[in-house]
Design a protein. Sequence first.
Length: 349
Amino acid sequence: MTADTSAHPSPGSDFARLSRRVAEAGLMRRCHGYYVIRIAAVATLYAVGWVAFVLVGDSWWTLVIAVFMALLFGQVALVAHDVAHRQVFRRRRASEICGRIAGAAIGMSYGWWQDKHTRHHTHPNHEGLDPDIAPDLLVWTRDQARAATGLPRLIGRWQAFLFFPLLTLEAFNLHASGLRALTNRRLKHRTLDGVLLSTHVTAYLAALFLVLPPGMATAFLAVHQGLFGVYVGSVFAPNHKGMPIVTGKDPLDYLRRQVLTARNVRGGWLTDLVMGGLNRQIEHHLFPSMPSPHLRKAQPLVRDYCHEVGVDYAETSLTASWRQALTSLHRAGAPLRRGPSPDLKDSGQ
């Protein structure tokens, strides 16, 4: 699916006008108090979780701690995301220090992730340029499906049905991708990232296998990392999957490139908490350095402006966003299915 750009002859100026309105509303100002409270709360709960892990010790109740820590790891990842976008600190050095600490706490290479995420923001849903839709285990377009070989070709046939089970491996993929990135000479501070990653892995495994018997430690690792992967994947995937995929043939200006390839997820304060504000993905992509508590305030302004200039603004429920994403995955894998297969019905936005 590609975006129709025929009705947009004047790129550039539309975003400039929107940006002025957002700045005049004071929505780009940093929220120091909010982030002090949020980071302190997440750090405290992170420490409490590990203390509880030690106190519970050799008991299957430790799996409850594993679930709790999966959610905490997800929250740390969301804090690292905001830090990387310079929402918390104005200076790059402070952002990198805090981001690397957060990354080390969950076993993620901050340098690798920042490079990958920056490329995604620059070219969202752009086939060939957005690393988030590069063919790997999954295929995102029918052309990718036709070119798939090996495991992606096998998985791609039924990838919509396998998506959530595969998310249980996403945390392991984050760790492995960070380690693989250490061989990339273009990655800045890769030695530091390597030290932090190896320290996390060593400390994490030592804690598990010193406190728990081997079988219980393995169960903790599987539950903790599996649910962490599902959580992170469930936060990020609904935002772009199933939205238009663009190519070099689609001359989109900045406003349309960011709005047409993203969708918002409706919800209240609980949705904001669980998704770290990324449920307002359109506003976040237009203004990546906008503090997450301001995204809710910016939404009506951005939505009204999009209607004013005739740009489609996608917003749906969480369940509908997942249905659209899974439907898109199923359709992308169609060339790999030889015979008739059960289909996932599309739902309106």
